[in-house]
Design a protein around this ligand. Structure first.
Ligand code: PLP
Length: 440
């Protein structure tokens, strides 16, 4: 038998799924009753191997910021591939330093020094190392509904049982009670609660650590957690508590970064907090693997003399040109105020749907990062993950791809490309309206 590399075009959904089952770990999570092998994409649309086209409003988990296969990215990346694919961090490269310069110019405060890696997990790992090196403290705080990645530390920072793996848990991470107004852990209501969830951070430090922390790693709006959006004062109260105990704030912008929340480049800016460290990935390079840990010169300097750092693929010429081009396209086609306006349009349509639907318990998020928490009924707020599965199948049948998340797997997540058109938004809103009307 000759060895041939079968091209995707030569294969059917059935043959791809058969190989998936035979050769890939069963741990891979696949969306839909009949998983959907994809073939190609253009702009806001993807097409599966059977030739069916879908409006992609989850973007490969908030990653295709400016849509699939944007021609400018294809052109620049192809040019770079023809010239030099790999350099390693042992040799400086123009794309690498140009991207670092760009990152310093779009991030808030004194975040000036980047370290590029390959994923959000790596970016978070490095952020924790840097926080510990800078402060001399060890314990890291995280939130109970956060998600931080696929490594041992990433899984430990992540508190939800469904995402943890027993063999991977490492010491030095404590979890504070999550802000989650729809299901307040204290059974209080905002604003009478006096932001009790923020005060819990002090309690966690005083009762589960030695009283000093290296920092707190938080998502400005929780992604996998189901787009949980904290009260506006939450992060400034928390930042003060963390700093009073010797720690730094680490904003995990893996989902909220690059304009996703509208009006600002990064989610933490919505909450008026300047973190000492910020991590990014996903939407940073429109699908090319990349993570970045950006920090202040002081924190970056603290890593010197603490042991060598190397990342073979970090800042490679192809991913960095993809990232530079993604940001350029955003500036041209999806300015921050336009994203904000599109977010307002989507949000008001979703709120209208919620008014007319007994199963949409909560609408939350910001910008083009909007979530719907689905319940059996608004009074009991009982999570309805099976209903979310039905919504998935129904929206797929009408040509719309969506995402899900939340501790109860009952939150629909909508994250259009940042340069989605008004017509596409209308199409998605129309499909969702029909689907929720049919659920009645
Ligand atoms: C907030 C957040 N941090 C970190 C990660 C890990 O990123 P990656 O999957 O690129 O390792 C994710 C992934 O979903 C994430 O949502």
């Amino acid at each position: 038998m000759t060895t041939e590399i079968a091209t995707a075009e030569a294969q059917t959904a059935e043959s791809i799924l058969a190989k998936q089952n035979e050769y890939l770990w069963p741990s891979h999570i696949l969306y839909y009753k009949e998983p959907m092998p994809l073939d190609h994409g253009k702009g806001s649309y993807v097409t599966d191997v059977g030739g069916t086209e879908y409006l992609d409003y989850f973007g490969g988990i908030l990653t295709t910021s400016v849509g699939h296969n944007h021609p400018k990215i294809v052109e620049r990346v192809s040019g770079q591939v023809a010239k030099l694919i790999h350099s390693s961090t042992l040799y400086p490269h123009a794309n690498h330093v140009n991207l670092a310069e760009k990152m310093a110019s779009i991030t808030p405060g004194n975040l000036q020094k980047s370290y590029f890696t390959n994923s959000g997990t790596e970016a978070d790992e490095l952020a924790v190392m840097a926080a510990r090196a800078y402060t001399g403290n060890y314990d890291i705080l995280a939130l109970r509904h956060g998600y931080s990645g696929n490594s041992a530390l990433g899984k430990t920072l992540t508190a939800q049982a469904a995402w943890r793996i027993e063999s991977s848990i490492v010491p030095g991470v404590k979890h504070a009670i999550n802000p989650y107004c729809y299901r307040c852990p204290f059974k209080m209501s905002y604003p009478d609660c006096d932001i009790a969830c923020a005060q819990d951070v002090e309690d966690v430090i005083k009762t589960t650590t030695c009283g000093r922390v290296a920092g707190m790693l938080v998502e400005p709006i929780q992604g996998v957690g189901g787009f949980i959006t904290p009260p506006p004062e939450y992060f400034s109260i928390v930042a003060e508590i963390v700093r009073n105990h010797g720690g730094v704030m680490i904003a995990d912008e893996v989902q909220t970064g690059f304009g996703r929340t509208g009006g600002k480049w990064f989610g933490i800016e919505q909450w008026n907090v300047e973190p000492e460290i910020m991590t990014m990935a996903k939407g940073i390079a429109n699908g090319f693997p990349m993570g970045n840990t950006i920090t202040t010169p002081e924190v970056a300097d603290a890593m010197m003399g603490k042991g060598g750092l190397i990342c073979t693929f970090g800042g490679n010429p192809v991913s960095t040109i993809a990232s530079l081009t993604t940001i350029e396209i955003m500036e041209e086609e999806a300015p921050l105020d336009v994203i904000e306006a599109k977010g307002v349009k989507l949000r008001s349509a979703l709120e209208g749907m919620a008014d007319n639907s007994p199963v949409i318990g909560d609408v939350r998020g910001m910008g083009l990062m909007q979530g719907l928490e689905i319940v059996t009924d608004k009074k009991s707020k009982t999570p309805a993950p099976e209903l979310v599965n039905s919504i998935f199948e129904a929206t797929r049948a009408k040509g719309l791809l969506i995402g899900k998340g939340g501790m109860y797997n009952n939150t629909v997540r909508l994250t259009p490309p940042l340069n989605t058109t008004d017509d596409e938004l209308d199409t998605a809103i129309g499909i969702l309206t029909e689907v929720f009307a049919e659920l009645k």
